[in-house]
Design a protein around this ligand. Structure first.
Ligand code: ATP
Ligand code: MG
Length: 346
């Protein structure tokens, strides 16, 4: 069965086809490490695809959010440059996209205070993604930022008045909060913000080699920039199940289904057909089919990434231009917000 978010995503695709110029994307990633296949099929591929169709694109490198679940942000500079290399290698056009870091756009962060006034503590506490991240946190205690970062994310999206957010399904609760904040702000102070919508891909929750959400921080990811032999080793070690015959049953057999889907997305096949093709070959045959598909699909991206990573000066230039554009835009929105909120904050 189809979820409401997936159904709405299909409608959005039709609306984008009718008029791409109505849409503006803002989405992003934490600079906690290089991007993996979950990012690619969950969101990055949609960003590239929609930019090519004329949707304006903003990408936030959410550096403050690194501190939600750890004490310090290690290797921040190299992770930031690594993300930009991943974006450009995947096909993001650096002349069109506004790529910026959270921390360099001060006016954006100033939206956080009025936004926090618009949500209740229980609303922040019951967020299922936050609960899951607390369960996997590297910290002994839970910081205030862990509970407030979804409101901060609302500021990322709303400062540039984005109305479309291509994300994985872990982000749906956050996007609901962004919509709530936009709606309440508009109700209290007059209309300033759009109510952004999530756009899910056909792989909104790719699983890692251990059978839970593929994630940079959980040691279960296959990176976009991995070598062919690393990829083979990781897929060989991926969790499957005890049934010998391969089928595509996302509900009943999530680990096998996630591998099948990965192979299908990389080879342009239908997942049911791919599974039938492997059939009684079992997990070992499935893994070699998937490895082959991943390695051949990503070979050009991997070559491009290696070249980009060797030119940090160029990557820094892309970021500097994006930061300048984002600063200008955030100042303009902050001025509107002050105007709307009245003279006390003017
Ligand atoms: P971290 O472990 O540091 O939180 P992460 O792998 O969860 O890293 P994020 O930077 O938190 O990655 O997520 C960036 C974007 O990629 C979000 O839109 C998120 O929904 C999407 N995404 C991340 N992992 C997956 C996945 N396994 N499947 C589909 N989408 C994903
Ligand atoms: Mg995450």
């Amino acid at each position: 069965e189809i979820s409401p978010a997936a159904r709405r995503s299909a409608e959005l695709e039709a609306e984008i086809t009718a008029d791409a110029s109505r849409f503006r994307i803002l989405t992003g990633d934490r600079p906690t490490g290089p991007l993996h296949l979950g990012h690619y099929f969950g969101t990055l591929h949609n960003r590239v695809r929609l930019q090519r169709r004329g949707v304006r694109l903003g990408l936030v490198i959410a550096d403050y959010q690194v501190l939600t679940d750890r004490d310090v942000a290690d290797d921040l500079d190299s992770h930031v440059l690594g993300l930009i290399a991943d974006y450009l290698a995947a096909g993001i056009d650096p002349d069109e996209a506004m790529i910026f870091t959270h921390s360099s756009v001060a006016a954006l962060n100033q939206l956080l205070l009025p936004f926090l006034s618009l949500v209740t503590v229980p609303e922040l506490q019951r967020n299922p993604t936050v609960k899951d991240e607390i369960a996997h946190s590297r910290q002994a205690g839970v910081s205030g930022l862990m509970f407030t970062y979804p409101a901060h994310q609302a500021a990322d999206i709303l400062f540039c008045k984005a109305n479309l957010v291509p994300v994985g399904s872990d982000q749906l609760p956050h996007l609901e909060l962004t919509r709530t904040i936009a709606r309440r702000f508009n109700d209290h102070y007059g209309r300033v913000f759009p109510e952004p919508e999530a756009l899910l891909s056909s792989a909104p929750l790719l699983l890692g080699t251990d059978g839970v959400k593929m994630s940079k921080s959980r040691g279960n990811a296959i990176m976009l920039g991995a070598t062919a032999s690393e990829t083979a080793r990781l897929i060989r070690g991926a969790k499957t199940d005890a049934q010998r015959h391969i089928t595509y049953e996302p509900q009943a057999r999530p680990e096998v289904a996630s591998l099948v889907l990965l192979g299908a997305l990389c080879s342009g096949q239908d997942p049911v057909e791919l599974a039938e093709g492997v059939g009684s070959g079992g997990a070992a045959a499935l893994k070699s089919v998937v490895t082959e598909a991943v390695n051949s699909h990503f070979a050009p991206l991997r070559a491009a990434r290696a070249e980009l990573a060797a030119d940090p000066g160029y990557l820094r230039g892309v970021l500097a231009r994006g930061n300048a554009r984002a600063q200008e835009r955030a100042e303009a929105t902050l001025a509107e917000v002050r105007e709307a909120m009245g003279t006390v904050y003017g």
